[in-house]
Ligand binder design. Structure first.
Ligand SMILES: [Zn+2]
Ligand SMILES: [Zn+2]
Length: 304
């Protein structure tokens, strides 16, 4: 079982190439799946990577450019054919519902499951969704149209009980939940057993930030500061910086600069322009500022 993994299904940009697929990622948090963006080809790529359709309940859309959402109609229809019955929630800027409604009315009549739209304001950093294991926040980005990234923050896990100690102090079973959450134990004789003697701390919760598409935008730095893994778009190389500026995209050097300034632990880049056949120069450029930058590629699975 994956603990907290990122699957890169596609990391190309708008024009199709034989080297890359349009943008999509799937986060696997202890077998619950959360999709970010859904470009064309996403469902085929899910098959290739053996990702289970049935475990997907949330899709987060960054913005309404086709390379991030043209895969939605096909995927939604397939989920219906597979007999899905649980609700599917699509989170994204308000335009997502106006795009999807007519398509659902024409192609998806009689879907065996509900689709709910959670319309968000991409200009604010706010809580988008939370469940037992995770909180998801929007990250306002700087693009040609309203666009936001997403911050996936795992919730703190419960501490591990040290069985020999709880047996020794004869801690009743009904108290175990409280002990896991940090309570001390008071024996019938009134002796206080500090929590630290009864538990081992859980591993620290992890955070993943997805920032695509965006021009260089230093306002995101405080939001993504210190994350365990950052995916930042690097559509262009520095030699095409003028084109990056014009289209509200980033260069590999700018992605690395954001990662460096935000002191993230690891950086993975993607959303490559179709003009480059070889991605090595992008890595080289990023490495100069953020050594060990990971070149994202289709089929890649990264542990957060
Ligand atoms: Zn794009
Ligand atoms: Zn875009």
């Amino acid at each position: 079982m994956a603990d907290f993994d990122i699957n890169i299904l596609g990391c190309g940009s708008a024009l199709p190439t034989t080297r890359h697929l349009a943008t999509s990622q799937i986060i696997d948090l202890r077998d619950k799946l959360y999709m970010i963006d859904c470009g064309e080809g996403t469902q085929v790529q899910m098959r290739r990577m053996r990702i289970k359709f049935s475990r997907l309940n949330h899709i987060f859309i960054s913005h309404l450019h086709g390379d991030h959402c043209f895969g939605l109609p096909g995927l939604i229809s397939t989920l219906g054919m597979l007999g899905r019955n649980g609700e599917l929630v699509i989170h994204g800027p308000k335009e997502i519902e106006s795009y999807m409604r007519p398509i659902l009315d024409i192609f998806c009549k009689g879907l065996p499951y509900e689709i709910r739209f959670n319309l968000i304001d991409p200009t604010t950093h706010s809580l988008v969704m939370e469940d037992r294991s995770l909180s998801v926040y929007s990250i306002p980005l700087k693009h040609r149209i309203p666009c936001c990234g997403y911050l996936f923050a795992e919730k703190a896990k419960e501490a591990h009980i040290i069985r020999e100690m709880t047996d020794f102090y004869q801690v009743p079973v009904r108290m175990m939940q409280e002990i896991k959450r940090g309570a001390d134990f008071v024996t019938p004789e009134g002796e206080v057993i500090p929590n630290a003697r009864l538990t081992r701390p859980a591993v620290a919760p992890k955070r993943y930030a997805y920032c695509s598409d965006t021009a260089f935008h230093s306002s995101i730095i405080p939001i993504i500061e210190g994350v365990d893994l950052l995916y930042h778009e690097a559509t262009f190389a520095e030699c095409d910086a003028a084109r990056a500026k014009e289209t509200f995209h980033s260069t590999a050097r700018q992605a690395a600069e954001i990662a460096y300034k935000a002191q993230v632990k690891r950086l993975v880049i993607g959303h490559y322009s179709a003009r480059y056949e070889d991605m090595a120069p992008l890595k080289k450029e990023a490495d100069k500022i953020f050594p060990g930058t990971i070149l994202g590629e289709e089929g890649m699975r990264l542990s957060v």
